[in-house]
Design a protein around this ligand. Structure first.
Ligand SMILES: [Zn+2]
Length: 446
């Protein structure tokens, strides 16, 4: 939101001052002018004393010393408050113009060296058993233009600043604030160089923006000239952070305005997790610390995603130390398997009850045309003599039971090949099973 524009009370009364939310009191602006011109002022009680060089004294009626009000309401009643019409302000502005088309300044609190960036970023990360370091950082100065206009707001003289970005676009209030354009300090030694044509183009853009910001009231009015033009050199940083543990290094690029740059979380390649806390697996993969855990069988530090939970013990361990239980399908430590007393399969202890696996406990009645039974009977035609089929299946086998007049039959067949893995019979009222000898198998199956 722009505040209302106001007309400057000068000879160019038909000219209009661009509107801007960036205002500065005259005193603060004069303080900047004095600093920019390297004029040393001794200040006491809001009054500055400036010793004039002999060559400058004529401009001030031969005075050797100037007394300057450096507070809006000077403690010394003899001093007039500052505005841009008095001799001192005009002299300071004229002197600034002799230094070149634009003064060079920078945001007061922007990082100026690579170490300022690195120290800010490094503290955000923790690397277990390793370190974070810079894999390169480049600081580049970008010129933002500041056009300063004398204005009157609420009856008091002030300065309105208008900012232009390095690419000639206008700068939003938020960006001006974020980049620190409102609080600048002089660059007195070796300012960055700018090509004359680039500077002219920036100034032309600034004037266009100033006109645009001025014409809301009177399209025919012209814009007043700025009283000063400054280049605010804003640093942009880009580079890479390196995280090293042992022989492994991973990189995290960064890029942004130096004043705004903030540590970003490292995004691990394998787990995809984002973190400021890094560590390495025993295989040398750097990942988020939270994603690394210890295999309870081998003691190796690996990624969580490489571990499975044993269905019996609940331990977290590498998959290679487990097998899938054919009944539950769950990974299980290889020493946590036992034989089911019925189907004779090796199953995880978690599915066994009274030495009977969950599949054998949950046999379901099926009809003769159940496709699974059709396959089994098609392969082993002798089984067709049996009635009242029940069936269960595990990952690897079909477990089928049937009855005849006097006996019960148990057949365990491989799901893929339909080969019989186990065959047993029992009396109709008996509880146990008698495995069928190899020699007697053919009699039952064919
Ligand atoms: Zn079983």
């Amino acid at each position: 939101m722009f505040l209302c524009g106001s007309y400057v009370n000068t000879s160019t009364s038909e000219s209009v001052v661009p509107e801007s939310n960036h205002r500065e009191g005259v005193v603060d602006f004069v303080r900047w002018l004095l600093a920019q011109l390297e004029l040393e002022v001794e200040e006491t009680g809001g009054v500055g004393r400036l010793q004039l060089d002999p060559s400058d004294r004529d401009a001030f009626g031969g005075q050797t010393e100037l007394r300057i009000a450096l507070q809006d309401a000077p403690a010394d009643g003899q001093l007039e408050p500052l505005d841009f019409e008095n001799v001192l302000s005009k002299w300071l502005l004229a002197r600034l113009r002799t230094q070149g088309p634009a003064a060079h300044v920078r945001p007061c609190d922007q990082p100026t060296a690579v170490k300022d960036i690195s120290s800010r970023l490094f503290t955000a990360y923790r690397v277990e058993g390793g370190r974070v370091h810079l894999g390169g950082c480049q600081l580049v100065d970008f010129p933002f233009l500041r056009l300063s206009f004398a204005a009157m707001d609420h009856g008091r003289p002030c300065v309105r600043h208008l900012f232009v970005a390095h690419d000639g676009t206008s700068v939003s209030d938020g960006q001006a604030h974020d980049l620190g354009l409102l609080d600048v300090e002089p660059i007195l030694k070796s300012p960055p160089r700018i090509d004359e044509t680039v500077l002219s183009a920036l100034i032309a853009s600034g004037r266009r923006i100033a006109t645009k910001n001025s014409t809301s009231r009177d399209p025919s009015a012209s814009t007043v000239d700025p009283i000063s033009i400054a280049l605010v050199w804003v640093k942009h940083a880009s580079g890479q952070l390196h995280f090293t543990v042992g022989d492994t290094t991973v990189a995290l690029p960064f890029s942004g305005w130096a004043r705004l740059i903030e540590a970003q979380p490292f995004v691990a390649k394998r787990s995809g997790a984002s973190s400021f806390h890094l560590a390495a697996t025993d295989d040398g993969d750097i990942d988020a610390f939270e994603e690394i855990a210890t295999c309870e069988q081998s003691g190796r530090r690996v990624l969580q995603q490489d571990l499975v939970t044993c269905s019996v013990t609940g331990k977290r361990l590498l998959e290679k130390f487990t097998k899938a239980c054919p009944v539950s399908g769950k990974p299980t430590q290889t020493d946590q398997f036992s034989n089911c007393s019925i189907c004779q399969q090796r199953v995880s202890d978690s599915v066994l009850e009274n030495e009977t696996c969950a599949a054998c406990r949950q046999m379901a009645k099926i009809k003769k045309d159940d496709p699974r039974l059709v396959w089994i009977l098609g392969e082993h035609t002798g089984l067709d003599r049996w009635k009242r089929w029940q069936l269960a299946e595990t990952q690897n086998v079909y477990i089928a039971q049937a009855e005849s007049l006097m006996k019960r039959l148990l057949v365990v067949a491989d799901k893929e090949t339909l080969a019989v893995r186990h065959l047993a019979t029992s009396g109709r009222l008996a509880s146990g099973w008698t495995p069928t000898e190899e020699a007697a198998r053919a009699e039952l199956l064919q």
